[in-house]
Write a protein of this length. Structure first.
Length: 636
């Protein structure tokens, strides 16, 4: 689904022979509803994305109609949002304001992605899709960065450069869309992982994708030349002995005709063998075949265009598109009815769920439930008695080893995360029993997004479930739950659960339990630096007044005290981007036991170990004072 050319294409008005996309489904409201777009503003966003897709995607839009509503909305949001930003940059070269408009949109979008919401309808739809399907926005950052650079013009010297650019800017969008579709249709792999596991498939797909880009470059040639841009590498021109000046001046030469013939043959060869992916849903295979067929038709239109290619954009003919799409739609409809979409997008938090939580809080308050003692460990063992000054004030735990625990038992890694959630309950009870003030748990790091999609999905289920269970314990045990981490990227229901539980327990004064979810130490410090800079620029902070104390006020949970004891389970001895600011002077304890096998006794043992340590903070150990009657040795 290539979308962007270095200088974005202006949608040209269709010629009388051109293909007009079909009118939308008459029950568009139902499509939005089934796709989870429940609020009017979100619908407006998806509508705008649909319009942009329809206007500019003569292949992509009709193909989107082969998808069931939730996936169709996602395809519109991704494609439509990218076309919207393309359109912003799409101005005549004399419009000096265009780069600023593009920059402003991208900057606002990046901020919205960080915040996880937007007031702009298109960005709202985009963020809704990312959150609903748990897509990481990193590919957008790359794309935006390239678009920004493109405003200064871009020229490719070699095919390699041209390929690299396309793979950098267009392939990630294709891959993330494919990832979304695959996961939604029950294939728990990222497309890269699936392709890498099948010999030859990755290269074969790359050939198809290069053929798509080449076809689009030829289709967009007239538009690009209008902007003084040649969408092909110099190497292609040299091979065909086409002069760049002739091309920019739209001079039709025999060399140009030969080049077009050669390039269309090259692209056609790329489409010859569509590599089979065995695990695909039959409707998706149908859509992919139709996609390639439409591209072949597009190439035929390019070939037929001859001299006009320098001046007009070749368009598909309605009857050709219909010939491909009609049977594809019938096949896809049968396939979807036989094998319905197995994975639904996460539902938006409904008022009922939120009320449910509030109701829980209200019930506790109404009952004026007394603070209870934690359930003792089944063995009956009691916590060690330690002098108050030997107790750490803040214990932070890297709960590692879930995956290895599961693998060692022949189970999927996701089972390890489920088992790990039980260990959390026991350790929290143990922390209350021993009288700890602060316990911080590393539940999901900003780096953990690199894991396979099915594992992330399982974690995004386990984490809110675990936090909900903590709420059940928190109110009677007087535990205050806090969340440290970035909202951007987390599915809406996870964010909602974390903020609701934070809210529900804000009056509790016993143990403070900080859940680090989507937490990264560097991200936290970067975020703090950005906020602090903004305040400094706004004149609220005097740079000379910036102290360690002031900077700490900008961290996710400013009240979090320094970590005294940092415990890592699972045998590895590293800190993995966990609390670099707060744990600067922490005592480190590493245990080999994997997290699911940990219980409160391990926490207590680590605390005992801590109690035996000498902390110096850069100073020297205190010398024991000699008794008063012992004289210091005389100096000679
Ligand atoms: C820790 O266990 C849990 C999270 C990172 C979410 P792992 O899943 O890292 O387990 P190992 O280290 O692969 O065994
Ligand atoms: C750290 O564990 C993150 C959490 C426990 C949430 P990882 O398993 O992600 O750390 P590395 O990758 O081994 O450093
Ligand atoms: Mg690990």
């Amino acid at each position: 689904m290539p979308t962007t050319s270095p200088t974005p294409a202006t949608p040209t008005s269709p010629t009388p022979m051109s293909y007009t996309p079909p009118t939308p489904h008459p029950f568009l409201g139902t499509v939005y509803h089934r796709g989870g777009a429940h609020t009017p503003s979100l619908r407006r966003g998806y509508q705008a994305c649909r319009r942009a897709t329809r206007r500019t995607g003569e292949i992509e839009y009709p193909l989107s109609l082969l998808l069931p509503p939730p996936l169709r909305l996602a395809a519109w949001a991704l494609y439509g949002a990218v076309r919207t930003v393309d359109d912003l940059a799409d101005a005549d070269p004399h419009d000096t304001d265009a780069p600023h408009r593009l920059d402003a949109w991208i900057t606002a979008c990046e901020e919205d992605l960080r915040q996880g919401h937007s007031t702009d309808p298109v960005r709202q739809a985009l963020i809704h899709t990312l959150l609903t399907w748990n897509l990481q926005p990193a590919f957008l950052h790359t794309l935006f960065e390239q678009l920004r650079q493109d405003t200064a013009g871009r020229r490719f010297a070699t095919w390699r450069e041209w390929q690299r650019y396309n793979r950098l800017i267009n392939t990630p969008l294709v891959l993330r869309t494919a990832s979304l579709v695959m996961r939604a249709t029950g294939v728990p792999f990222e497309p890269e992982v699936l392709a890498a596991g099948l010999p030859g498939v990755e290269e074969a797909w790359q050939q198809v994708v290069d053929a798509l880009y080449l076809t689009d470059a030829l289709v967009d040639l007239a538009d690009d030349l209008t902007r003084g841009h040649v969408p092909l590498p110099d190497e292609a021109l040299d091979e065909a002995e086409v002069s760049r000046t002739d091309l920019l001046e739209r001079r039709h030469t025999p060399a140009f005709a030969r080049m077009v013939d050669h390039l269309t043959d090259r692209a056609t060869a790329g489409f010859r063998h569509l590599p089979a992916l065995p695990a695909l849903h039959p409707a998706i295979s149908t859509a992919l075949t139709a996609y390639a067929d439409l591209y072949r038709l597009r190439l035929l239109r390019v070939k037929a265009a001859h001299t006009t290619l320098l001046h007009t954009t070749p368009r598909l003919r309605r009857r050709d598109v219909h010939r491909v799409l009609a049977p594809a739609r019938a096949k896809a409809a049968i396939a979807w009815s036989l094998f319905p979409l197995p994975v639904r997008p996460a539902p938006l938090p409904t008022p009922a769920r939120v009320e449910g939580l509030t109701e829980k809080v209200r019930t506790y308050a109404a009952r004026q439930q007394p603070i209870t003692r934690p359930t003792p460990h089944p063995s009956g063992v009691r916590p060690p008695r330690l002098p108050a000054e030997a107790m750490p004030r803040h214990v932070a735990i890297i709960m590692d080893g879930n995956g290895r625990w599961a693998t060692a038992r022949g189970l999927p890694r996701t089972e390890g995360h489920r088992a790990g959630a039980n260990a959390v309950t026991d350790v929290v009870h143990g922390a209350v029993e021993i009288g700890l003030e602060n316990l911080t748990l590393y539940m999901f790091s900003t780096e953990n997004w690199k894991r396979p999609a099915d594992e992330i999905q399982a974690l995004m289920y386990e984490i809110p479930a675990c936090v909900q269970r903590l709420l059940d314990d928190s109110l009677p045990l007087d535990i205050r739950v806090r969340w440290a981490g970035l909202p951007g990227g987390l599915p809406a229901d996870v964010r909602e659960t974390l903020t609701e539980v934070e809210q529900a327990t804000r009056h509790c004064t016993g143990l403070t339990l900080t859940a680090c979810v989507n937490y990264g130490g560097r991200a936290e410090l970067t975020f703090a630096a950005r906020q602090l800079t903004e305040d400094a620029l706004a004149g609220k902070v005097e740079p000379s007044q910036i102290s360690e104390h002031l900077l700490a006020q900008y961290l996710h949970v400013p009240e979090l005290p320094d970590v005294d004891l940092l415990l890592r389970t699972g045998g590895d001895q590293r800190v993995s981007n966990f609390l670099p600011w707060q744990a600067a002077y922490a005592e480190l304890v590493f245990v080999d036991t994997c997290w699911p096998d940990i219980d409160r006794r391990d926490l207590w043992r680590a605390i005992e170990q801590y109690a035996g340590r000498t902390r110096r903070y850069g100073s020297v150990p205190r010398q024991p004072q000699p008794p008063a009657d012992v004289k210091a040795p005389a100096r000679s």
